[in-house]
Design a binder for this molecule. Structure first.
Ligand code: ARG
Length: 375
């Protein structure tokens, strides 16, 4: 029994994948459209957490694995299956994520990982095996990249990218044009959020799913959304990864800008390190863990009053927030302005400073009295 998920990836047709599975010996193949669930569950909480692993990577693969795992377990139960198989290698993060998610959903299911267990030494060896056994794979010697993609973006690794000094060749990218090729005029886009979730684009009410599709086009055609990074895998290896995540990165930028406007200072400050913990937990495959659940509860609480509009300007590979507004804005013109409508209590500042610096001042006085230098 095979399962294939529609997650908004580029593909030659899921029916063709189903045929490939049947030809390879599967008794049936379930095609599951997971997009709505992916958006409602994974991408909603990822945006609430502004999820960026190591401050850069918006986690496209890590976010899809729990959704795929849920379908695998559900279908395994339908068929009373005792085993779930996956095709991840023994060096990557995805084996950990699948196995962690499956174990947390049903610890009695056993996992088979042929690509890991059959001890293929190299990728060409895997490709040879596939060819000899009539298994069609998209990888060729000329284009040996390992690619994973979905609505949230595309990850490309292997081949010439394995030398981190090699500039990524232009042909690895399909969702973004190069900034050099992007139009010479900027594109402006307004994103509206309701309780932290995108709900309209340029004043047109749209589902979060449709906004992601539209923004992948707008941002991608302006050359925005590419990442080239060396990242720390869970299994201890550093790897060079290239990503293109136009909508994901643009939405996170916009969402952060709205939070800067609407979240109370201490909430925002507490949220920043927790965002980092959220992204790390999810990268590590801990989607169904109690830590991730608790972090989600914090994030969800912060999104209750996060409604408003953010204006983005895309231009030759950049995405700049150029405006934000909200009924829940905590920005006060009267407090911020330096003109005559200023309502800030300047007299209170002196006493505030005296007390804020008091403990350090006492320490400094003591240090100077003892002739100690600061370092
Ligand atoms: N390094 C990323 C992650 O662990 C992407 C992995 C995607 N896989 C791939 N075959 N390119 O989430």
């Amino acid at each position: 029994m095979a399962v294939v998920g529609e997650l908004g990836q580029e593909h030659a047709g899921l029916e063709a994948i189903k045929q490939r599975a049947l030809k390879t010996g599967a008794i049936n193949c379930h095609i599951v459209d997971m997009r709505e669930k992916f958006v409602q569950k994974a991408l909603t909480s990822a945006l609430a957490a502004n999820a960026l692993y190591e401050n850069q990577y918006p986690l496209l693969s890590a976010l899809s694995r729990p959704i795929i795992s849920e379908a695998l377990v559900e279908i395994a139960h339908q068929y009373n299956a005792a085993y779930v198989a996956h095709g991840c290698t023994g060096k990557g993060n995805d084996q950990v994520r699948f196995e962690a998610c499956i174990a947390m959903l049903d610890p009695t299911l056993k996992v088979i990982a042929p690509v890991r267990e059959w001890e293929f030494k190299t990728r060409p060896e895997e490709m040879e095996w596939a060819q000899a056994h009539g298994v069609e794979v998209p990888t060729t010697q000329a284009s040996p990249y390992s690619i994973d993609d979905n609505l949230w973006g595309r990850a490309i690794e292997c081949g010439i990218l394995e030398d981190p000094y090699n500039e990524p060749p232009e042909d690895i990218y399909t969702m973004t044009v190069s900034p050099e090729q992007a139009p010479d005029k900027p594109t402006y886009t307004e994103i509206e959020f309701k309780q932290g979730i995108p709900c309209a684009l340029d004043n047109k009410p749209m589902s979060y799913l449709d906004i992601i599709y539209a923004l992948n086009d707008i941002a991608g055609s302006n050359g925005y959304g590419r990442l080239d990074m060396v990242e720390n895998r869970l299994v201890g290896v550093k790897s060079r990864e290239c990503y293109e995540q136009p909508a994901a990165l643009a939405l996170i930028e916009a969402h952060k800008a709205l939070e800067a406007l609407c979240l109370e200072r201490e909430v925002l400050h507490a949220k920043l390190p927790l965002e980092h913990s959220w992204a790390t937990a999810v990268y590590y495959g801990q989607w169904f863990s109690p830590l991730k659940g608790a972090l989600d509860a914090f994030m969800a609480h912060t999104q209750q009053c996060l409604s408003g509009v953010v204006k983005l300007k895309f231009y030759k590979g950049t995405c700049t927030v150029v405006g934000r507004k909200s009924d829940f804005s905590l920005y006060s013109y009267a407090l911020a302005t330096y003109d005559k409508s200023d309502s800030f209590n300047h007299n209170a500042a002196q006493g505030f400073i005296d007390l804020t610096i008091l403990s350090n001042k006492i320490w400094a006085q003591n240090r100077i009295a003892h002739n100690q230098s600061i370092l």
